[in-house]
Design a protein around this ligand. Structure first.
Ligand code: CO8
Length: 260
């Protein structure tokens, strides 16, 4: 598949999706949003890929938000499908069976912070900056920021960031739970790849069940979440990885997953 604004590198068993518009700090125009959806769907269907890293090209930015130049001259009704397109991509990322690590190598602002939040976890370089600066433009987050940020950091800090529009450092993002780990810039990709390889070595069916139970159960009542967990848990018995993992433990040997 050809992309104008992304590169997709497959280094079996992982893939790296890089937003590649460095002249505008990897800002997401609508074409790029569509390409991200297509790239993640393609990687979900690729049996050779078991974990994915999303990052931005250059040293300055992960993604500096939606491309602001596309906002001028639009009318409110046009922006509903616009926002929905972003939501669809984020939902594709959250509902696909493979883990996605955001390697945040600089600015993750607006739609960039929102894309990072749609990833399963966020690793950041020490120089990364996070924020939802939309308020400074007279708008609000439109790719899930008003919803996902509060789920990750709590409503109080989320309000502070969305109402105030200020950027925070990677260290502050770590302290409030927006970021999982922080690394020196020159170590970020190495660390992200090492963790992606670790995840790729895990039994992929069980990992998928864990991701779906957690991503779809989180917003449910405890009862509904536990019901979902029950079925995802039981589904593990439908895959040979279960017999291999349990057998390896009992026979005191290393499990050999991914024989297929
Ligand atoms: N859109 C378009 N162009 C951008 C963007 C952007 N978001 N960010 C940076 N650029 C461009 C600049 O215009 C500049 O272009 P040029 O060289 O032609 O002047 C180039 O990138 C380099 O940027 P700067 O010169 O500004 O670099 P600085 O180091 O001085 O500043 C900043 C870096 C702080 C990141 C600054 O560029 C900035 O504030 N950018 C805008 C950040 C922002 O407001 N992001 C939120 C956008 S709104 C949003 O994301 C809503 C999401 C809605 C989702 C919709 C679903 C599809």
């Amino acid at each position: 598949m050809e992309f104008n604004n992304l590169t997709v590198e497959i280094e079996k068993p992982i893939a790296i999706v890089t937003v590649n518009r460095p002249k505008v700090l990897n800002a997401l125009n609508l074409e790029t949003v569509g390409e991200l959806g297509a790239a993640f769907s393609m990687l979900d269907a690729d049996p050779d890929v078991r974990a994915i890293i999303m990052t931005g090209s250059g040293e300055k930015a992960f993604v500096a938000g939606a491309d602001i130049t596309e906002f001028r001259g639009k009318a409110a009704p046009e922006m509903i499908p616009f926002a929905k397109k972003g939501h669809d991509v984020a939902r594709t990322m959250e509902s696909m069976g493979k883990p996605i690590i955001a390697a945040v190598n600089g600015y993750a602002l607006g739609g960039g912070c929102e894309m990072a939040m749609a990833c399963d976890m966020r690793f950041a370089s020490e120089n990364a900056k996070f924020g939802q600066p939309e308020i400074l433009l007279g708008l609000i987050p439109g790719m899930g920021g008003t919803q996902r940020l509060a789920r990750l950091v709590g409503l109080g800090i989320a309000r502070e960031l969305v109402f105030g529009g200020e950027q925070i450092t990677a260290q502050r993002a770590y302290e409030v739970g927006l970021v999982n780990r922080v690394f020196p810039a020159d170590k970020l990709m190495e660390e992200a790849k090492a963790f992606a390889l670790k995840l790729a070595a895990r039994p992929s069916h069980a990992l998928k069940m864990a991701k779906l139970a957690m991503n779809y159960g989180y917003d449910q009542s405890l009862d509904n979440g536990l019901m979902l967990e029950t079925h995802c848990f039981a589904q593990c018995w439908s895959h040979p990885d279960l017999e291999e993992g349990v057998g390896a433990f009992i026979e005191k040997r290393k499990a050999d997953f991914h024989k297929d």
